[in-house]
Design a protein. Structure first.
Length: 360
């Protein structure tokens, strides 16, 4: 049997190297496999003398085992990869909080990759996170990048899709019930006397949530009959406030042309998300209009500043915390071995009525 060797000493003036499992083995006069058995709670396989020597060596060297190495030795990293389309979107941040909470409660950590709305980075995001041996993915992607063509591109790991479906990728899906939320929104506006509705959305570009809300809006208008009109307006990031203000003014003018006078052309906007809501609010301010008077309004998402814009913006609050937690739960179930058909989880939104949608 070899005798214990002194712990490695650092050269004066240089940082001391972090001790390794090999250092512990050398200090205790045992093999690295013996030290590994000790850390894997298999000291019952060691004699009391050897276990005591390993314990003393660990204390002397102040050795701390790598959590990643320990996890990988059991076939799990206890890491979850989360890919979001745009971290500047409040929706993504709110869902991240819910997912992270559920993962932490289950003993997992979340690693985030922000696509910055660049669909070409989807493949790079998956490969980067896979290099850290994540156990699975929660994906809020743009939905059409070629990098996620099929489940084989996920390095054999399970995935859950949030908010946006992905063509060619069969995976559990968690999102707002867009159809039901839009139906409730339109019914509320019509009940308040708004006759002409304009749905303002970011460019559809094949994004499933945008497509679903647009289709639901058109279906709602069709169901209302001839007394209610509806239009869809797509706006992109390059369009300034002036362009959107002109579009809103033109919409109100068209609505007024269908009745005896403009004041009776009761016009309202439905905004596709909080990003659009902020841009509509800026355009309305430029026009010197007041929500609830010249223009009714309901927006998807309920940002914290919605009540602060006079007279308070009506919104559809998404259950973002529940969406994030449910996505994490679905993924953890798959990681745990759950098999079977993919599952669709559509959660209800909450219509929060404020002054912007109430009839005058």
């Amino acid at each position: 049997m070899t005798s214990p060797t002194p712990a490695p000493s650092a050269t004066p003036g240089t940082p001391r190297a972090r001790p390794t499992i090999a250092d512990v083995a050398a200090e205790a006069g045992v093999s690295k496999a013996t030290v590994s058995r000790y850390f894997n709670h298999r000291e019952r396989l060691l004699s009391p003398d050897i276990a005591a020597r390993v314990e003393a060596a660990i204390a002397k060297l102040a050795y701390v085992p790598s959590p990643m190495a320990q996890a990988l030795s059991h076939g799990r990293s206890r890491l979850i990869g989360l890919v979001v389309a745009d971290i500047t979107n409040p929706y993504s941040v709110a869902v991240l909080r819910g997912a992270e909470k559920a993962c932490q409660e289950a003993g997992y950590l979340v690693m985030l990759f922000n696509l910055g709305n660049d669909r070409e980075r989807e493949r790079a995001a998956i490969d980067a996170l896979a290099s850290y041996q994540v156990d699975g993915f929660i994906l809020n992607t743009l939905g059409q990048g070629e990098g996620l063509a099929d489940v084989n591109t996920l390095h054999g790991k399970p995935a859950v899709l949030v908010d946006r479906r992905h063509a060619g990728l069969d995976a559990d899906f968690v999102a707002l019930d867009n159809e039901a939320a839009m139906r409730e929104t339109c019914a509320h506006l019509v009940a308040q006397g708004w006759q002409s509705l304009l749905y303002v959305t970011q460019p559809l570009q094949g994004v499933s949530s945008r497509l679903e809300r647009t289709a639901a809006f058109r279906a709602c208008i069709s169901a209302q009959g001839p007394n209610v009109r509806g239009e869809v307006l797509e706006i992109d990031a390059q369009q300034g406030e002036d362009a959107l203000a002109r579009a809103l003014a033109d919409f109100r003018e068209r609505a007024g042309a269908n009745v005896a006078n403009v004041a009776k052309g009761r016009c309202a906007v439905v905004a596709g998300n909080s990003v659009v809501t902020l841009r509509v609010a800026a355009a309305v301010a430029r026009l010197q209009w007041t929500f609830g008077q010249e223009l009714g309004f309901v927006g998807f998402d309920d940002p914290e500043w919605a009540p602060l814009i006079r007279p308070g913006l009506s919104t559809v609050a998404q259950p973002t915390d529940a969406i994030g937690q449910r996505a994490a739960q679905c993924l953890l179930e798959r990681i745990g071995g759950l098999q079977g058909a993919v599952r669709e989880n559509l959660l209800p939104g909450t219509l929060i009525v404020r002054g912007s949608s109430l009839g005058v």
